[in-house]
Design a protein around this ligand. Structure first.
Ligand code: ATP
Ligand code: MG
Length: 307
């Protein structure tokens, strides 16, 4: 039977000598999902990723990819995973073509596929140039090309957007979305909350070797109970604004110019909006801002034992 989950990490731990870099991690990624790992420098993201790749041996726990375990007899598991490391080292004197040809040979892939992947990552034109003269963004693209050349079931990207310019980031996100649409499951780590918010269906937040919060953006928003910000532009600010709002049971608010901001519990949103719009105030415009990943991340990091 085909596995439902592409990745199952159970109770994974990693000690470097006395130091425990990863503590009892459980992580499941369903087939076809995009999962993002967030966390401060040194939280253990890359260590966890390297254990998933079979590059670092866990001190305890199990890792199963597409139903397969890492063991001496099982070479199949490595074919199922593609990896873009935090830092890639290429041979400066080889061209992009030669480099990707080298990886193709290593992985037993036909040459024809090289052209396809170089095109996908936007390096077809630069194929005959030396990698040593490539910009950081071009090297990152080449790194991606080697990661997907064997059409892995699970694509693991360790901080893929670092060092890319804004257009490079947009293009990378588009590539990730396309590979995902074609059925590739994706795990990536990032310090860029916007990228995570845009791409990930599931988010895991790591702190000191542990995953302290896990879920979709909406689930994390709900669990933390962070308020929705309601901003209201008024034609005029009445002198007795405080009294008017008190009647509407709105007690905490901020006034800046002719704009009022109210931090409102999610469950009371409709009630507060209806009260504000009852005709007493001259409302010109109204905006809602749900708590984004930025406030979620900050809130979780302030009290790390919550979720
Ligand atoms: N080979 C190693 N030997 C000893 N300690 C290590 C080794 N690799 C990582 N560590 C330590 O394990 C901890 C986790 O490191 P890791 O690289 O996994 O963090 P990270 O979350 O990827 O951080 P960053 O965001 O900076 O990339 C750090 O304290 C690091 O110093
Ligand atoms: Mg790292």
């Amino acid at each position: 039977m085909e596995a439902m989950n592409t990745l199952e990490v159970k109770q994974a731990q990693k000690f470097y000598g006395q130091f425990q870099a990863v503590k009892d991690i459980d992580l499941t990624i369903a087939k076809g999902e995009i999962y993002a790992l967030l966390g401060h420098n040194g939280a253990g993201k890359s260590t966890l990723i390297k254990m998933i790749l079979g590059l670092v041996k866990p001190s305890a726990g199990t890792i199963v990819i597409e139903g397969l375990n890492y063991d001496a007899k099982n070479k199949e598991i490595k074919k199922k995973v593609g990896y873009l490391p935090e830092r890639m080292n290429f041979y400066d004197n080889l061209t992009a073509w030669e480099t990707i040809g080298f990886y193709a040979k290593l992985k037993g892939i036909m040459k024809k596929r090289c052209e396809e992947v170089l095109e996908q990552v936007g390096l077809k034109e630069a194929g005959h140039r030396r990698v040593g003269a490539f910009s950081k963004g071009m090297q990152q693209r080449l790194g991606l090309a080697q990661a997907i050349i064997h059409k892995p079931d699970l694509l693991v990207l360790d901080e893929p957007t670092t060092g890319l310019d804004p257009i490079g980031i947009l293009e990378l996100k588009e590539m990730i979305r396309n590979w995902n649409k074609e059925g590739t499951t994706i795990l990536f780590s990032s310090h860029n909350l916007n990228d995570v918010e845009e791409l990930a269906q599931q988010i895991g937040i790591m702190n000191r070797g542990e995953i302290i919060a896990q879920g979709s953006l909406a689930e994390l928003q709900d669990r933390l109970g962070l308020p929705t910000k309601i901003e209201i532009d008024l034609a005029v600010i009445p002198v007795d604004l405080e009294k008017i709002l008190a009647v509407k049971r709105i007690e905490t608010f901020l006034v800046e110019g002719r704009t009022i901001s109210i931090d409102c519990p999610k469950a009371k949103k409709a009630q507060v909006i209806a009260a504000v719009m009852d005709g007493v105030l001259k409302v010109l415009d109204l905006r809602l801002a749900e708590p984004g990943l930025n406030s979620i991340y900050q809130s979780i990091m302030e009290k790390p034992a919550v979720l």
